[in-house]
Design a protein around this ligand. Structure first.
Ligand SMILES: Nc1ncnc2c1ncn2[C@@H]1O[C@H](COP(=O)(O)OP(=O)(O)OP(=O)(O)O)[C@@H](O)[C@H]1O
Ligand code: SF4
Ligand SMILES: [Mg+2]
Length: 351
């Protein structure tokens, strides 16, 4: 069926954690869409709310003291309005999550095959034998050698890369429409990382699934994602098509991320410039733009707005659905004149 409705529509998502010290505002008004067969990359420093906001889609905050509001529409159904039983039926079947550390996500006392088969049996009324056969097929599909033998191994008998493949097999066994991969390759070496990302892309094409990939690595985003959401202090600070975010970024925090990974936009001799300072506390984020204590461009904005007024998300110069949250009047000029020469001198000289 052809439809214009995105598979996933997140609207004004808020996730707050009341604590003894105050309310941790881990996600503040997040809005984005994701179509079938497409990939959204979510990037941002540690603690910016990437995992919390994505876990909300899986309903993982249910039963905790988290305060969650907004809408998470999956195929038009707001997951936040479902009963716990309704959510349980969808988790794993319609939306699956692949975690960074499969060793902690898998139970050490059960075989890999047993866990994958059980993930299947939760949503399919089949015998253990049939489910095990399906688990072997899936292990084979994700490239585990001798799957009919390795299906009986325990998680610790798998290498890190094999465990990640097994996690993907478990995540995809029910052919979910949406896969959330939270730092799926961070713990792996570069070669295995590339293999796992290739595998995810192959499977995505095969199953036409939508993927949310959460990562610190803009290289992963450049390779995998159609759209990028840059998060800072629980908020979207820049969002749009990957190409535009990587070539015409308009928010100084995104510039900082690009500057600290020069190989994304620059060929060889680019400088690596880490973002100074630390991410803010989500208990008491700074007033105004939460990035202001770390931003080198505050003085370019009139009336001290950076320190007093939270910028709205507004359309970027490139148009389309590229938006940014920043008061700078002419970010493109600042980027071209001050940032690009620092991080990608070759690109500037070529112009
Ligand atoms: N149950 C909870 N109670 C209180 N605060 C929480 C809870 N879960 C997460 N947080 C806080 O919410 C914020 C966002 O956390 P989140 O895990 O989403 O960060 P992240 O962007 O995924 O970071 P990382 O890159 O390190 O994984 C953090 O400040 C974290 O401490
Ligand atoms: S609003 Fe101000 S502090 Fe925030 S990113 Fe833009 S220039 Fe920097
Ligand atoms: Mg995380």
């Amino acid at each position: 069926m052809v439809t214009d409705t995105p598979l996933l529509s997140v609207r004004d998502l808020v996730v707050h954690f009341p604590t003894q010290d105050g309310i941790v505002k881990a996600t503040e008004g997040l809005t984005y869409d994701l179509d079938r067969g497409k990939t959204l990359g979510i990037v941002g420093e540690s603690g910016s709310g990437k995992s919390v906001s994505s876990s909300a889609i899986m309903g993982l905050h249910r039963g905790s003291n988290a305060q969650v509001s907004g809408e998470i529409l999956l195929d038009g159904v707001d997951l936040l309005t479902l009963s716990d039983e309704g959510m349980r039926k969808r988790r794993g079947r319609d939306v699956a999550m692949i975690f960074q550390d499969p060793l902690s996500a898998m139970h050490p006392y059960y075989t890999v095959g047993n866990q994958i088969a059980e993930a299947y049996r939760v949503h399919h009324d089949v015998s253990k034998k049939v489910a095990k056969k399906r688990a072997i097929e899936m292990l084979d599909r994700v490239g585990i050698p001798q799957p009919d033998v390795r299906v009986n191994d325990y998680p610790h008998q798998f290498s890190g890369g094999m465990r990640q493949r097994a996690m993907i097999a478990m995540g995809l066994i029910n052919d979910p429409a949406l896969i959330i991969a939270d730092e799926p390759t961070t713990a792996l070496d570069v070669t295995v990382q590339a293999q796992i990302l290739d595998l995810l892309q192959d499977l995505q094409r095969e199953f036409n699934s939508a993927i949310i990939i959460i990562t610190h690595d803009l290289g992963v985003v450049a390779e995998m994602a159609d759209d990028v959401l840059v998060m800072y202090a629980g908020r979207a600070v820049e969002y749009g098509p990957t190409k535009e975010i990587l070539t015409d970024p308009e928010m100084p925090y995104t510039w900082g991320l690009l500057s600290s990974v020069p190989d994304v936009s620059a060929p060889v001799d680019a400088k690596l410039i880490p973002i100074r300072g630390n991410p803010p506390s989500l208990l008491n984020p700074p007033p105004g733009c939460p990035f202001n204590p770390r931003c080198d461009h505050v003085d370019k904005v009139v009336d001290d707005l950076c320190r007093t007024l939270l910028p709205e998300l507004t359309p970027a110069r490139s148009g389309g659905n590229h938006v940014k949250r920043c008061h700078l009047a002419n970010p493109a000029r600042v980027y071209e004149q001050e940032i690009l020469p620092e991080i990608a001198p070759d690109l500037v000289e070529e112009d």
